[in-house]
Design a protein around this ligand. Structure first.
Ligand code: 5GP
Length: 192
């Protein structure tokens, strides 16, 4: 199993934006495409943001052991990391980067040796504002995501690194420096 990078944190913390900027700046990392049973949002494409699966297809893949980890998130939507994604990225000689909610991230932290977990944090008022502004979910689902976000913020200390996303440029700089250091450290590790 290759070493993996995991970026986690509550919905609305800006994980997606930070990851896009990180990948532009640091070569050698590739983001896994997760599978999900939630509906496509406007502008999303199957196979790009996610593999959009039916519940039956998702569960059949769970039974076949195709997932490294999977969770049921708000509103009963399922999300999971396909092992095939890690194999595809490793075959390219790149380090896989997983964007996960906290439960999946903790599972990967404990089960994948060499995994490094990074928690993206933000103030709960800020998360609420971003989710309402994005307005991609119904009011009920936004409420559920905020409630979950409060609980997830309390888990920050369980991860290897925490980055506060109060100022985007500063957070990008911090994340970039951290990942450059991690990749550099891996590359120069003595062989046994
Ligand atoms: P969204 O519906 O906003 O795209 O994603 C909801 C949450 O699911 C986000 O916190 C995102 O990081 C997380 N997520 C996306 N893919 C996966 C996955 O494969 N596994 C897990 N555990 N969480 C995921």
């Amino acid at each position: 199993m290759p070493a993996v990078l995991v970026v986690t944190g509550p919905s609305g913390a800006g994980k997606g934006t930070l990851i896009r900027k990180l990948v532009e700046r640091v070569p050698g990392i590739e983001v896994t495409v997760s599978a999900t049973t939630r509906e496509l949002r406007r502008g999303e494409e199957n196979g790009r943001e996610y593999w959009f699966l039916t519940d039956d297809d998702f569960l059949a893949r769970v039974a076949r052991g195709e997932f490294l980890e999977h969770v049921e998130y708000v509103s009963g939507h399922r999300y999971g990391t396909l092992r095939s994604e890690l194999e595809r990225i490793a075959a390219n000689g790149h380090v896989p980067l997983l964007e996960l909610e906290t439960e999946g991230a903790l599972r990967v932290k404990h089960e994948v040796s060499g995994a490094v977990t990074i928690f993206i944090s933000a103030r709960v008022e800020e998360l609420e504002r971003r989710l309402r502004e994005r307005a991609t979910e119904s009011t009920g689902e936004i409420g559920e995501r905020i409630e979950l976000a409060r609980k997830q913020l309390e888990q920050a200390g369980e991860f290897d690194h925490v980055i506060e996303n109060d100022d985007l440029e500063r957070a990008v700089a911090e994340l970039t420096a951290l990942v450059r250091g991690l990749l550099g450290a891996t590359a120069t590790m003595p062989r046994r």
